[in-house]
Design a binder for this molecule. Structure first.
Ligand code: ADP
Ligand code: MG
Ligand code: ZN
Length: 717
């Protein structure tokens, strides 16, 4: 049995191994046991019913409340050479009749329907009369009244289904189910405890980042500069925020779309379709966007403001990385977000107990924004009622541990300046006074006579502004809202001023895809080809191949049928349709760039790869090369960071990446021979090769930068 199932996995879907939970679920279904799979978004729940159905005789009926997803799922199956169709209210009556006839003739392996379909006795009679392999309930939490998205019409069809005697088994699938919901589904569909498969809530390809005290728009711009060509969603808390951000970015020339409930339906549809078809890569939206979006190559989700609870946050952020490739989820936090969410709850029409419940959930969300522990673990604990202290090593809290700077002294200067200014001014003016600006207004107020005037003049106004925002975010400074919000000291400020409390500032580097181990030039060519093939077939590009597949093609440069079938996501059928086409592009690329070898070898042989355009010009090219050139021209990391408005860590990452691409680096400025020896010896001894334990086992003077540099140079990172 096992080998048959694995053959199907390879032949139709082009994957070599199962993901956690898949094999187990499939096995139960093959033994005609009613089964429930609780697995996170993007973990591959579809294969859990698709593979057993392909292994069995008959037609599988998939019930899904998300009409918008059906077409894509059916397209994806057809692209893999599997006969599938869907019936819902979006198709004409004639077409429905045609499809129903074919279903009655047993022509399909898969039929996707909305729950309402079972209210039609005509449909039920057809289902009754054919051979079935299984019935799947996708988004099964919707059948439970305890779920966060209860659909009564979904629950009400269960009795009808139970009366049909030709259903070998039910498979229920969901990403979000609390204990109550699981028990409810089990009860309703008669599922044994042994047939409930849970794989945990963690999604290992997502990195969570929390960014505080930054100017949000500036951060987003630097982020987009760093991650252009990638697809991403920016969620705002209100329509107004979406509109504003949209115009700012559009004016700045970014390929943006927007989506919120205040727009006419056709505009929303158009925006969604442009995004799904990779025409425009950035979607700015309120939470109205996303239900039923299955786009697998969303590489980042940025929250422009804190959402109302962890449930919504995880669901929205979780739209990143469905294809399993590394993706980033970033929350830009400012204390005003809390006021806004409180206001929204206050204004809502919920009754008092409901409101209290929402406040409680909001508090957990606020705690997430203030925790110093692992962000991933915080979320997992929230959903599973655990209190684990595991570190994911990907989130911003895990990564920046130790890379905090003590800014207590500067904080004291800022706070005493606020005090001397009579707690009567806002962020901008305070930064100007600290900086020692000659601003007229400042002089008119006699601020240049204060003892704190110019005490932080070695920093830029921008840096000072960020620090003040950071102090606000950390609740070390308060603001009084009004037409001109002013700064006020609070209990925490006093503790800092008295020296009873230290202030640590975490930097928030732009998460960059530092481990790009595939050739980006080739990737762009393949992506263009994918787009034109997809347009021809009128399907979204990710239905043809996922980003994960394209990346693999750029890692291994396959040139024969055998080789290309090894690539994840390419089965027989996809090979027949597109194999030659894509291999041709790879061949052409190799011809044009004979010096380039597959990346896998390049990192070993250490050969420089240079795209023509970047080797000639000085200021152009990928971001890391720009930093590299500035570095080679004699600028310090700190200067480059200031000039490029990035953090030193980002710049340092750029230099390392350039080295990994084959550009030479002089290592003396990072470490000396003795230090290198010490670090390598420790690395050798340590069982856990992660950065943090290594740093902890070394003397204080060994900074993260030093350690990383040694590891990069020795190809240990
Ligand atoms: P879910 O319904 O759990 O959110 P999907 O079924 O839509 O997830 O699958 C998400 C992505 O993962 C799809 O692109 C799918 O092809 C891919 N996938 C599923 N199973 C595997 C596997 N065993 N190996 C590699 N990729 C897989
Ligand atoms: Mg799914
Ligand atoms: Zn973590």
């Amino acid at each position: 049995m096992t080998s048959k199932v694995e053959n199907i996995l390879q032949h139709y879907f082009g994957y070599q191994t199962f993901r956690p939970g898949q094999a187990e679920t499939i096995n139960h279904v093959l033994h005609t046991k009613n089964t429930l799979a609780v697995m996170p978004t993007g973990s591959g729940k579809s294969l859990c019913y698709q593979i057993p159905a392909l292994a069995m005789e008959g037609t599988a009926i998939i019930i899904s409340p998300l009409i918008s997803l059906m077409k894509d799922q059916v397209d994806a199956l057809i692209a893999n050479g599997i006969r599938a169709t869907y019936i819902n209210s979006s198709i004409s009556a004639t077409l429905q009749q045609e499809r129903l006839q074919k279903i009655a003739d047993g022509k399909f392996k898969f039929v996707y329907v909305a729950p309402e379909r079972f209210e039609s006795s005509f449909f039920v009679n057809i289902i009754k009369s054919i051979r079935l392999s299984l019935v799947a309930f996708d988004e099964a939490h919707c059948i439970s009244q305890w779920g966060h998205d209860f659909r009564p019409s979904y629950r009400s069809i269960v009795p009808t289904l139970k009366q049909l005697h030709n259903i070998p088994s039910f498979v229920a699938l969901t990403a979000t189910a609390t204990k109550e919901v699981i028990a409810d589904i089990q009860d309703l569909l008669h599922i044994n405890d042994q047939c409930v498969i849970k794989t945990g809530f963690e999604r290992k390809n997502l990195s969570f980042h929390l960014v505080k005290g930054k100017d949000k728009e500036t951060y987003i711009r630097s982020f987009l500069k760093e991650r252009k060509d990638e697809s991403g969603i920016i969620y705002t808390a209100t329509r107004k925020q979406a509109d504003t951000l949209y115009s700012q970015l559009e004016n700045a020339g970014y390929a943006v779309q927007k989506y919120h409930a205040g727009m006419p339906e056709f505009e929303r549809k158009e925006a969604q379709s442009a995004f799904i078809h990779d025409e425009q890569t950035i979607m700015i939206a309120t939470n109205a966007f996303g239900m039923g979006i299955d786009k697998s190559n969303v590489r980042y989700v940025i929250h422009y403001a804190m959402p109302m609870n962890i449930e919504s946050y995880y669901q929205e952020a979780g739209r990143a990385g469905r294809d399993g490739e590394p993706s980033d989820c970033i929350l830009l936090f400012s204390p005003q977000d809390i006021q806004l969410q409180k206001f929204l709850i206050e204004q809502s029409e919920m009754d008092e107990p409901m409101k209290q419940n929402e406040y409680r959930k909001l508090q957990a969300m606020i705690n997430y924004c203030h925790t110093h522990n692992c962000l991933t673990t915080f979320i997992v604990n929230y959903f599973s009622d655990l209190s684990s202290e595991h570190s994911c090593n990907r989130c911003s809290n895990c990564q920046n541990e130790g890379e905090k700077t003590d800014i207590t002294e500067e904080a004291q200067m800022i706070l005493s300046c606020v005090k001397r200014m009579g707690e009567n001014f806002g962020v901008g003016m305070t930064a100007k006074v600290l900086r020692g600006s000659k601003d007229k207004k400042l002089i008119a107020f006699n601020m240049h006579k204060l003892s704190t005037y110019g005490i932080l003049s070695s920093y830029t106004e921008k840096e000072l502004t960020e620090w003040i925002h950071f102090l606000i975010a950390e609740q070390i400074l308060s603001t009084v809202e009004g037409k001109y919000p002013t700064l006020k000291l609070n209990k925490n400020s006093v503790a800092v001023l008295k020296g009873n409390r230290k202030v640590w500032m975490q930097t928030a580097p732009i998460p960059s895809n530092e481990e790009v181990d595939f050739h980006e030039g080739l990737f762009a060519n393949l992506r263009n080809l994918r787009k034109s093939v997809a347009d021809d077939k009128n399907v979204p590009p990710y239905v043809i191949f996922s980003d994960a597949t394209l990346r693999d093609l750029c890692r291994y440069f396959p040139t024969s049928k055998d080789e290309i079938l090894q690539i994840k996501g390419i089965g027989e059928r996809k090979y027949e349709q597109y194999g030659e086409l894509f291999m041709q592009v790879i061949q052409d690329f190799k011809k044009e760039h004979p010096e380039i070898k597959p990346k896998v070898q390049i990192t070993n042989t250490h050969r420089p790869i240079r795209k023509k355009t970047t080797s000639e010009s000085t200021h152009d090219g990928p971001s890391h090369i720009v930093s590299y050139k500035m570095f080679q021209s004699g600028k310090s990391i700190k200067d480059i960071a200031t000039i490029r408005a990035m953090t030193e860590q980002t710049i340092e990452g750029h230099l390392f990446k350039a080295f990994q691409d084959g550009y030479p680096l002089l290592w003396d400025i990072f470490f000396n021979e003795e230090e290198e020896d010490v670090i390598l010896t420790k690395h050798e001894q340590l069982e856990e090769k992660r950065l943090k334990p290594l740093k902890e086992s070394l003397p204080e003077a060994y900074s993260y930068r030093k350690i990383k540099a040694v590891l990069v140079k020795n190809k240990l990172m």
